[in-house]
Write a protein that binds this ligand. Sequence first.
Ligand SMILES: [Zn+2]
Length: 66
Amino acid sequence: MTDKILSVNCPTCKTVVEWSDASPFRPFCSKRCQQIDFGDWVLEKHSIPGEPVFDLEDEDHSKSSH
Ligand SMILES: [Zn+2]
């Protein structure tokens, strides 16, 4: 029988993580990456773009005299 070790890529840093008891933070490679990912998630939840601030004015001051 062949030992099939399933591995995944850490969503944070893309490191190959062995899917086993050796990787308690799977699919993350480490607790740090797990927290980073969670932090991103929290940040995204708190910064839902309601109204995109466009600083562009529709300036049509083209001085092209035709
Ligand atoms: Zn990682």
